[in-house]
Design a protein around this ligand. Structure first.
Ligand code: SF4
Length: 389
C-alpha cells in the first residue's frame, strides 16, 4: 500500500471507492444540518444580493457551504488574524499580488517565508475572541495576506458586505452561529471521515519546526479540519456546478505534475495552456488519461503548479468545462478560481499527496480514482467500472 503522508482516500482499503460513498453521504448531512439551523441568514444573504443584482448568484448549496467555511476559518485563524498588524499585512498582500503576476517569484517566496513565520503565524494566547465586525475584517485581511485563501477571502468579503448592513448585534450573532457550526463540523468530521486524514497531525508535529521561515509552511501545516472542509466543499461544488459543466462545448482535464511516472525524464511538450503528454512511458497515468481524452473528446494538460492553473485563460463565459485534479487543500480555492475566470469547474482529488515541493523528500507518483474521473466527465454512468489509475 502507498505511503500515507497526510491523507489517503484509501483509508484502510485497497481503493478510494468507499471514500466517495462516505463523502457523498456526509456532505448531504452537513447541508441538511446547516439548512435546518441557518436558513434565516442564508435566505437574507441571497435576497440582499438578488435585490442588488451586482453579485453573481451562487447556487444555494454553495452559499450554505460558505457559511460553514466562514465558521471554520474563523475558528482556525482568528487568533492569528488579530495579531497581524496592518502594515505587515499590506506588505504581504503586495507580495501575493506580485507572485500571482509571476514576477520575482524566487525573491518573493524567500521574503514570504520570513514574513509568514514572523507575522502570519503569531498567535494570541487569549482564549475567547469577541465576535465583532472589526475582528471579522481582520480575519479577511489575514486570509488575503496569507496568499493561501485569495478566492475564499473574496467570497467571505461578500458576507462582510451583507453583514455591514445588518444591525450590529445581528451581525455578531451571525458570526457566532457560523463559528458554532464550524466547531460542530470539526468534531463530526473527525468522527465520520477522520480515517482518511489520520496522519495530518503527526505530519505537522514532525515538520512544523523544520519548515520555519519557508514559504510553504502555512500550506503544509493546514489543520485537519481544513482537509475535511475541502473534501466536503469539493463534493458540494461538484454537485452544484455539474449541470453547467455538462452543458459546456469543450472539456479539459488539468493534471498535476506529481502524477507523471517520470519526473526528470518526462517528454511532455510545453503549450500555451499547460504541458501536453507525448506518451513516452507506457505505465504513466497521464498517458492513460490523455489517451482516454482522445477517445472521448476532452483535452488533457499537465499543470506545473496550482497557482498557474488557467492563468493564461480568461473570459470564457462558461463555454469551457474544467476538471481540476489536485490534492485536497487546493480544491475549494481552485473551484472558486475557475468560476471567477468564467470556467465551469469540477474536481477529482488525488488519492494521496506526494509532490517533492511540499510533501515528500523524493516525491511520490500520485494517482486518482479513474472511475471517479470518468463519472465526472460523463464517460460512464454512476454505476459502471472499477478502474484505478
Ligand atoms: S507519459 Fe506523458 S506525462 Fe508521463 S512521463 Fe511521458 S510525457 Fe510525461
Amino acid at each position: 500500500m502507498m505511503e500515507t503522508i497526510t491523507y489517503s482516500l484509501h483509508g484502510n482499503n485497497a481503493t478510494s471507492d468507499q471514500y466517495y460513498t462516505h463523502i457523498n453521504a456526509f456532505s448531504r448531512i452537513i447541508h441538511e444540518k446547516n439548512s435546518r439551523q441557518n436558513a434565516l441568514y442564508i435566505n437574507q444573504y441571497s435576497r440582499y444580493f438578488a435585490e442588488k443584482k451586482t453579485e453573481e448568484c451562487m447556487p444555494k448549496e454553495i452559499i450554505y457551504f460558505e457559511f460553514l467555511m466562514m465558521g471554520v476559518l474563523w475558528n482556525t485563524y482568528i487568533h492569528k488574524a488579530i495579531e497581524l498588524n496592518s502594515l505587515s499585512g499590506h506588505v504581504l498582500k503586495k507580495m501575493v499580488f506580485l507572485r500571482e503576476q509571476n514576477r520575482f517569484k524566487g525573491v518573493i517566496d524567500f521574503f514570504r517565508g520570513i514574513f509568514g513565520t514572523a507575522f502570519l503565524l503569531k498567535k494570541r494566547q487569549q482564549k475567547e475572541i469577541e465576535f465583532s465586525m472589526e475582528h471579522f475584517r481582520q480575519l479577511i485581511h489575514w486570509l488575503k495576506a496569507s496568499g493561501e485563501f485569495t478566492y475564499e477571502a473574496e467570497r467571505i468579503e461578500t458576507w462582510e458586505e451583507f453583514m455591514t448592513c445588518l444591525p450590529k448585534r445581528k451581525a455578531e450573532k451571525l458570526l457566532m452561529r457560523a463559528s458554532t457550526i464550524g466547531q460542530w463540523f470539526k468534531d463530526e468530521s473527525n468522527h465520520v471521515i477522520g480515517k482518511y486524514t489520520s496522519h495530518v497531525n503527526a505530519f505537522i508535529r514532525k515538520n512544523d519546526e523544520k519548515m520555519k521561515w519557508q514559504e510553504h509552511r502555512l500550506f503544509c501545516t493546514r489543520s485537519r479540519v481544513e482537509y475535511h472542509l475541502n473534501m466536503v466543499g469539493a463534493e458540494i461544488m461538484n454537485r452544484a456546478f455539474r449541470e453547467n459543466f455538462l452543458k459546456t462545448k469543450e472539456k479539459r482535464v488539468l493534471l498535476p505534475i506529481c502524477m507523471r511516472a517520470q519526473s526528470e525524464a518526462c517528454k511532455a511538450h510545453k503549450s500555451q495552456e499547460g504541458y501536453r503528454c507525448t506518451g513516452c512511458t507506457e505505465e504513466c497515468s497521464v498517458r492513460h488519461i490523455t489517451l482516454l481524452g482522445r477517445q472521448h473528446g476532452f483535452k488533457v494538460f499537465i499543470i506545473p503548479h496550482a497557482s498557474t492553473a488557467f492563468s493564461k485563460l480568461t473570459g470564457n463565459d462558461g463555454q469551457i468545462g474544467i476538471v481540476g485534479i489536485a490534492c485536497v487543500l487546493n480544491l475549494v480555492s481552485g473551484g472558486y478560481k475557475a468560476k471567477a475566470l468564467g470556467f465551469e469547474p469540477q474536481c477529482v482529488l488525488l488519492d494521496y499527496c506526494g509532490c517533492k515541493k511540499h510533501w515528500h523528500e523524493h516525491g511520490l507518483t500520485t494517482s486518482i480514482n479513474l472511475e471517479g474521473l470518468k463519472r465526472i466527465l460523463g464517460v460512464i454512468s454512476d454505476h459502471q467500472s472499477n478502474d484505478k489509475v
